[in-house]
Design a protein around this ligand. Structure first.
Ligand SMILES: NC(=O)c1ccc[n+]([C@@H]2O[C@H](COP(=O)([O-])OP(=O)(O)OC[C@H]3O[C@@H](n4cnc5c(N)ncnc54)[C@H](OP(=O)(O)O)[C@@H]3O)[C@@H](O)[C@H]2O)c1
Length: 286
């Protein structure tokens, strides 16, 4: 399989390495900054570099669009308009919240299309293809495209899961919360411990977070514990009093996270306690 990659950024670079390791031939890299394309060429052998995306698809069977979400539809339209893709090409984008819609013009050319999103955070500079091993990918494709799209994911070390077109946004929202919001909660916890003059917050947080996350992954919201879940109004009130006084910049985050903790137990909680917690959490810091 000969592969052209459009977009030499975080995901484009990692997928180039992963594709090469899977035995595919990465023949072209296009778009983005020349320095980024040269970096990719320095780690994957035999790749030609193109500033113009339409020049990169000649001789490629698979075209991976690894450009920012907002650029996918424009790049796809340009490839279709310029006759750069057609029958014999498979064109894939890797965005989470988008389905096949941005690839509509490409599909009209006779090319196969799919949205294949690795549910993994890929930081700048990541070049170890093991980062993608065992990762779940959300795959949206129709008809015969679903088969090759799933095979592609498997070849890259991932685990494909079909996602309906109309479920992509919620799918991606769930992953954004799972990645970014969990990270934000950990960062908030870390800052609270540092405000308590604990110089190794990781020592307290790592085992606690690992166990808490494992419990919730296993059992869902019923694994949640702590003062909000217990309806311990007095403890929540003292948390808020001291946070509002000593680290008011963390008040909004504490309140938002406590609200999220409360959400799954609202229907079963004593209404008087619930009203008292709602009153505390809706107060803005003084
Ligand atoms: N990073 C992640 O954790 C992650 C995980 C899963 C999926 N994704 C998806 O992967 C895709 C790429 O994300 P990324 O994080 O790799 O972004 P990125 O690091 O910003 O890379 C995007 C690349 O595309 C280039 N580019 C921008 N506009 C272009 C255009 N119109 N034509 C050609 N090239 C263009 C950029 O060049 P310049 O920098 O020079 O503008 C850059 O090289 C997105 O769809 C994203 O949703 C990302």
């Amino acid at each position: 399989m000969k592969v052209a990659i459009i977009g030499p950024g975080r995901v484009g670079t990692l997928l180039a390495v992963a594709a090469a390791r899977a035995g595919m031939r990465v023949v072209a890299i296009a778009g983005g900054a020349e320095t980024a394309r040269e970096h990719l060429r320095s780690i994957v052998a035999g790749v030609r570099s193109y500033a113009e995306v339409a020049s990169a698809t000649q001789g490629a069977e698979l075209v991976l669009l690894c450009v920012p979400d907002g650029a996918i539809a424009d790049v796809a339209k340009a490839l279709a308009r310029d006759g750069a893709v057609g029958e014999g090409h498979r064109v894939v984008h890797v965005a989470g919240s988008l389905g096949l819609e941005p690839l509509r013009q490409v599909a009209l050319t006779g090319a196969g299309v799919a949205a294949c999103h690795p549910a993994m955070t890929v930081p700048t500079g990541a070049t170890d293809p093991d980062l993608l091993v065992g990762v779940a990918w959300g795959v949206t494709a129709t008809g015969s495209n679903l088969g090759w799209a799933q095979e592609l994911v498997t070849d890259l070390g991932g685990d494909p899961f079909p996602i309906p077109e109309d479920a992509r946004v919620l799918y991606h929202a769930g992953l954004a919360v799972g990645s970014n919001a969990v990270g934000a909660a950990v960062a908030t916890a870390r800052r609270l411990l540092m405000a308590a003059r604990i110089d190794r917050p990781d020592r307290f947080l790592a085992p606690l977070i690992e166990r808490s996350v494992a419990n919730v992954l296993d059992q869902g919201a019923q694994a949640l514990t702590g003062p909000v879940i217990r309806g311990d109004v007095g403890t929540v009130a003292t948390h808020l009093e001291v946070i509002d006084r000593d680290v008011p910049e963390l008040s909004a985050a504490y309140r938002a996270l406590a609200e999220a903790t409360l959400a799954p137990v609202r229907v079963t909680m004593d209404p008087t306690i619930l009203a008292e917690l709602d009153r505390l959490l809706s107060q803005t810091e003084r």
